[in-house]
Write a protein that binds this ligand. Structure first.
Ligand SMILES: [Zn+2]
Length: 266
């Protein structure tokens, strides 16, 4: 058993918080994946922060896997339909950049991110849509760009084979006192009820450090999860990919996705 560990919202806008989260993981012997945003809210272009990019490159040298995490990480210029609003309800404060995008729009944004990363010397293994919200078009866009891994808040997807690995995720929200208390309680519940999940994830956000309750909960949960289970690289999941039906796969299938539930996977 192991745990997939990541730091979201890696951007110069959150520099001190991201570095603290990185330290918390490293002090516990773990190397988290880094979810890097090319231009946070249109105001923090990575291109203008060479020292910060160098910090990220050094972490990659330390073994951190790099993910592309949106382009701007907001919904500016992207009106929601009522259906999008329903889907995003309670899940994000207008940060679902990929929530409304079809294949072509997702392909273009991801493409610009990959061009930038190549310029900056960063090699991403995959893509994570902000707030874990996207449509099928983002899945096909990732596959078309050759990105190996995509995740949302219920699963990790291996794009080459369309494999879906069911994967609960521990995350916090410290936006209000109420949410902070709720997420600390949920963290304790996940330990009791999901510590046997084969693809368990812990997703750290810079904001987690801003509220004393979520900050303490992050520290407590990192302590017990990382003592019990080593952090695992996303790349280590790639051999778990199940071939698509017709190529010898035996998973259940919906919309071209092969589902691997915890019961049938190792
Ligand atoms: Zn994010």
């Amino acid at each position: 058993m192991s745990v997939l560990l990541s730091i979201h919202d890696v951007t110069p806008a959150w520099q001190p918080q991201v570095e603290t989260l990185w330290q918390l993981c490293r002090e516990r012997g773990a190397t988290p994946a880094l979810l890097v945003v090319p231009d946070w809210h249109g105001q923090w272009p990575l291109r203008d922060s060479p020292a910060y990019v160098q910090w990220v490159r050094r972490r990659a040298t330390d073994g951190a896997e790099i993910f592309l995490h949106g382009e701007r990480h907001d919904e500016v210029g992207l009106p929601r339909s009522w259906r999008d609003s329903q889907r995003a309800f309670g899940r994000t404060n207008r940060e679902g950049e990929f929530l409304t995008l079809d294949h072509d729009a997702a392909y273009a944004r991801i493409g610009r991110g990959l061009t930038l990363f190549a310029e900056l010397g960063l090699s991403p293994i995959g893509f994570v849509p902000p707030a874990w919200l996207c449509r099928q078009g983002t899945h096909t866009a990732c596959a078309a760009h050759g990105l190996a891994v995509l995740e949302d808040d219920s699963a990790v997807y291996l794009t080459a084979t369309g494999t879906r690995l069911e994967s609960p995720v521990l995350r916090w929200s410290g936006r209000t006192d109420f949410r902070a208390r709720g997420s600390a309680a949920q963290a304790a519940w996940r330990w009791r009820s999901q510590h046997d999940a084969p693809y368990f994830r812990i997703a750290l956000h810079p904001m987690d450090l801003e509220h004393p309750i979520t900050r303490q909960s992050v520290i407590d949960e990192l302590d017990r999860w990382l003592q019990a289970r080593p952090a695992r690289r996303y790349a280590a999941l790639l051999p778990d990919a199940v071939p698509l039906p017709g190529a010898g796969g035996d998973g259940s299938v919906s919309n071209g996705i092969v589902n691997v539930s915890p019961e049938v996977s190792k």
